[in-house]
Design a protein around this ligand. Structure first.
Ligand code: GAL
Length: 951
């Protein structure tokens, strides 16, 4: 009788070996092209006709008749558990296997890296086992079933929808297939079943080795030895040292503990990821090595003291990001190079922590995190978002909860980078969580456990499933208030904050100012690293897939929910990362890099101070040069400052420099090669203002001689040879993803009808009055000078909460280059500008726009004092009256952007669309989190500002 395990929640697998933390190097790889059939459901008979498919690979990304499907928290069907759709794509993978004859007599194990969502294994037509959990490996003992030197047929059947799918209802694409490598490995019948290491900051090391024999009964006289570090050190068998034999837990299970103290130990932290190699040898009674393994470990301690989480005794900040296993072409099949590139990007932008949202990531990621230095919150593959309340307490699911958590912990326990275990995400809170937490606490008392669902409703109530107060998207006020309340008992580290959907991540600077100055707050994890846009061909004739700078090649696009005909779907809510689908960093990454910088500069009372903001490192890994606005860089020696300390830096003499604003920028680079950055990589570039602007703004130097009367058309609009559209009032922006709650109330601002009230002239001066229904009135005073126009604007708006108050005009074609003095070089907005620098910047107009996956307001620069647009058509310069204005120069009108779902629908205009805003609303993070803060809101009232246009 065949049991339909895919609809048996009480069965998490069968025939599967226990999870362990070992790598067995003697492998027979099975990756490559396999025979493949896609059935409609798991009960359909396998046919005669086979196609081919790549392993590992999502079949949903390989054009075999099933496609990716994006939903956030709803299941793709409305029926509740235990319902499964009749159409349940099932992939049958088959291939011949012939293991080397030399493997005769060895124990042979099949390893399937990951299969989504249920794996059934057969060998030569005989059922071997089954496994659930799409993001953990499954192993099956094939000894005696595969015959070395002979062919066998291995069939792996993968069922897409199962009772397990209800536990895998995370906010990302539903895919299907075998997504991680498949191989066989061989060991001696007498073998290590597992090795667990505990390495404390004192240098004390304990290695627990677990041993079994393929024949069941352990022979007498086996032994285990181990070495640590570059100069191998024999470990002492201490735990049971009084026994002659190693410990036999029973006739079939062996366990020994080996201990040592490493002198002058170098500790592991994210800043100093120092690792040691541990080698473990299992000896047969005659001393010959039967099995061995090698692992890299780190000495460190994680502990909670009071309401602080300490790493090696230090209260560190967690500058974290949430990461999915994602790739725009393969779905979620990753190479070692992909994984490294992700973590290198994180390190280069100041991140020191990653949460493996919301399942155990590719196991190679943890070795990289150990090596490069990132703290990891390792999260189990449990999100029953749509039915959390039901499943968190459902006894049928208890086994799956505990297995999903415990198997992750058993896999990853030896990684120093893992500092917290997470029980999963958004699954309400129930007895099944407490069961899993209990297992972890017993197995690994050295690390805290966290689970957001346990603390969600009450930050103070004691519960058993979370040692960390790990809220998602709390308001800044609420966390500061809690930290100051005297009632905080747990370290507060936000598991998700600052939702990076589209043009977002406003108020990061305010968050970090509060975190760094409020005892009890320790940081958080930005949601999220990736924009999950899948590369999709839209033109059958398009060439090879390609992309650059976040933009898909012509004939391709970044697909999001709905683009594959996936219904229902949650649209572009999956495009909410800090990097584009091709890993190009978005401007918010530069903001984060500066906020996380190891060095901060301050200037006050004529003293320039450098602070070392790291927890463990001095500054010797960095070198620096400074430049003052308009001058060339000068190398400077960084003072020797201990972590947390500060020192004065000699100031350059600016008295001889030309008048006007003077900013000192310290460009800090890696002095030597780091594992994540070659020498010379920019780490940060903090800036301080040495001298304020001394001249009145806008620059009136050009305004001396009055000019001839201002040329206006019949509507009172300026006529200018370089403008194809005259400057007009603009109160609307193409909604960013964070604006979605406002989009409908802002529609009235999008289609403002202008009514000219009157035009009054007085020599070279014209005063134009216009009305915009009952929304706004606008008085524009234009004065002509020789070669320049001065605009004095007065706008009275009667609308709550506006996106912008400013002017928009369009230029003729042939002005393709922008040169500006103000914040840059990257895009910045009033509440996201910490990472930008005041300087003279220049860029082609086409490069100023940021191609957020769904087109929206983009490309702005805050604090622009003046800019020049130049090209074959001439040049045009604008001066602004304040250092807090916002400018954008792009090829798109706001309406063009708002009407498009994808970039390939946009047609760039030949001229430039120029917005010069007196005020621009902050970005906030309201697509899933708090809105911007009050200082960045724009309310009703009267706005006055001025600017000049010179051509
Ligand atoms: C959180 C959730 C994430 C993601 C995010 C919004 O609630 O844990 O998986 O959905 O919101 O993008």
């Amino acid at each position: 009788m065949t049991v339909a395990v895919w609809r048996e929640p009480a069965v998490s697998g069968w025939g599967r070996l226990p999870m362990h933390a070992l790598d067995h190097p003697e492998r027979f790889e099975l990756d490559g092209v396999w025979r493949f059939q896609l059935l409609h459901d798991p009960e359909e008979a396998v046919g005669e006709s086979w196609g081919e498919i790549a392993v590992p690979g999502c079949w949903t990304m390989q054009d075999v008749g099933d496609h990716p499907w994006y939903t956030n928290y709803r299941m793709p069907w409305p029926e509740p558990p235990p319902f499964l759709p009749a159409d349940n794509p099932t992939g049958v993978y088959e291939r011949e296997v012939e293991v080397p004859a030399g493997w005769a007599g060895r124990r042979i194990v099949l390893h399937v890296g990951a299969a989504e969502s249920v794996l059934l294994v057969e060998l030569d037509g005989e059922a071997v086992g089954a496994s659930k959990d799409s993001h953990l490996a499954a192993e099956f003992d094939l000894t005696g079933r595969v015959r070395p030197g002979e062919r066998s047929v291995l069939r792996l059947t993968v069922v897409k929808w199962s009772d397990g799918s209800y536990l895998e209802d995370q906010d990302h694409w539903w895919q299907a297939g075998i997504t991680r490598p498949v191989f066989l490995y061989a060991t001696d019948p007498l073998h290590l079943t597992d090795v667990r290491v505990s390495a404390d900051m004192t240098g004390e090391l304990a290695v627990d080795a677990f041993v079994a024999h393929g024949a069941g009964t352990l022979p007498a006289g086996w032994s285990v030895t181990a070495t640590v570090g570059d100069q191998p050190l024999e470990l002492d068998a201490a735990w049971w040292a009084d026994r002659v034999e190693q410990e036999r837990v029973s006739s079939y299970a062996g366990h020994t503990r080996l201990v040592a103290t490493v002198p002058d130990v170098r500790l592991w932290t994210a800043e100093t990821p120092y690792t040691y190699e541990v080698k473990v040898f299992l000896h047969r009674p005659d001393g010959a090595v039967a099995d061995q393994t090698s692992l890299r470990i780190g000495f460190r301690r994680v502990e909670i003291v009071g309401r602080d989480l300490l790493v090696n005794g230090v209260r560190v900040f967690f500058r974290g990001v949430n990461r999915h296993d994602f790739h725009p072409v393969t779905g979620r099949v990753l190479s070692a190079a992909d994984l490294r590139a992700d973590l290198v990007t994180m390190k280069r932008f100041g991140f020191n922590a990653v949460r493996t949202s919301h399942y155990p990531n590719d196991p190679r990621l943890l070795a990289l995190a150990d090596e490069l230095g990132l703290y990891v919150i390792d999260e189990a593959n449990i999100e029953c978002h749509a039915y959390g309340h039901e499943l968190a307490d459902d006894p049928l699911y208890t086994g799956q909860f505990v297995e999903r958590v415990s198997r992750m912990v058993r896999r990853d326990v030896n990684h120093p980078s893992v500092i917290i275990w997470s029980l999963g995400n958004e699954s309400d809170y129930g007895a099944n969580h407490d069961a899993a937490a209990g297992w972890v606490r017993r197995y690994d008392p050295t690390r805290p456990v966290q689970y957001e669902g346990a603390i969600r409703d009450d930050w103070e109530r004691p519960q058993t499933a979370s040692d960390i107060l790990c809220p998602m998207y709390p308001s800044l006020d609420s966390i500061v208030e809690h930290a100051r309340s005297g009632r905080q008992t747990l370290p507060l580290i936000m598991c998700e904050y600052s939702h990076a959907m589209g043009n977002s991540n406003g108020t990061l600077a305010e968050h970090w100012a509060a975190i760094e100055s409020t005892p009890g707050l320790q940081g958080g994890f930005i949601w999220e690293f990736w924009d999950h846009g899948l590369l999709q061909r839209t033109d059958p004739a398009a060439g090879d897939p390609g992309w650059s700078d976040g933009v898909a090649a012509p004939g391709w696009r970044w697909a999001y929910g709905g683009d594959f005909g996936d219904e229902p779907n949650d649209g572009n809510f999956c495009a909410d990362g800090l990097v584009f689908p091709d890993r190009t960093p978005k401007p918010a990454m530069y903001e984060h890099r500066e906020l996380a910088a190891p060095i901060r500069l301050t200037y006050s009372d004529g003293v320039l101070t450098v602070r070392n903001r790291q927890h463990f490192r001095d500054l010797s890994w960095l070198s620096a040069s400074y430049s003052v606005t308009g001058s060339s860089p000068v190398a400077v020696a960084l003072p020797d400052i201990r972590p947390g300390g500060s020192a004065a830096l000699a100031l350059p003499d600016i008295s001889e420099m030309s008048p006007g604003e003077a900013w000192l920028t310290l460009r800090v680079v890696t002095a030597h090669d780091e594992p994540w950055a070659p020498a010379g990589t920019e780490v940060c570039a903090p800036q301080v203002r040495l001298r304020a602007e001394t001249r009145p703004l806008p620059d009136r130097a050009a305004l001396r001689r009055p000019g001839s009367p201002v040329p206006l058309d019949d509507h009172g609009l300026l006529v200018h040879p370089l403008l194809s559209r005259a400057p007009e009032l603009s109160l609307w922006r193409a909604p960013i993803d964070n604006d979605r709650d406002h989009a409908s109330s802002w529609e009235v601002l999008a289609g403002l009808a202008r009514r000219l009230v009157d035009v009054r002239r007085d020599g070279a001066r014209a005063v134009v009055r216009a009305e915009y229904g009952d929304v706004a009135t606008h008085v524009q005073e234009i004065t002509a000078y020789d070669g320049a126009l001065l605009f004095a604007e007065t706008v009275t708006v009667r609308h709550d909460d506006l996106p912008r108050v400013g002017m928009v005009f369009e230029t003729v074609a042939g002005l393709d280059h922008l040169d500006w003095f103000g914040l840059g070089p990257w895009e910045c907005y009033p509440d996201r500008r910490f990472g930008a620098r005041v300087d003279r910047h220049a860029a082609p107009v086409d490069e100023l726009f940021t191609p957020y996956v769904r087109p929206q307001e983009s490309g702005g620069r805050f604090g622009v004092r003046r800019f020049t647009l130049a090209g074959a058509a001439g040049d045009l310069t604008v001066h602004l009256d304040d250092d807090r204005r916002q400018v954008s120069v792009t090829r798109y009108r706001a309406a063009d952007l708002a009407a498009a779902r994808h970039h390939d629908e946009l047609v760039p205009r030949a001229g430039c669309v120029v917005h010069v805003d007196a005020v621009h609303r902050g970005l906030g993070t309201a697509s899933c989190g708090p809105d911007t803060l009050p200082p960045y809101l724009i309310g009703p009232g009267t706005y006055t500002w001025s600017w000049t246009l010179t051509a």
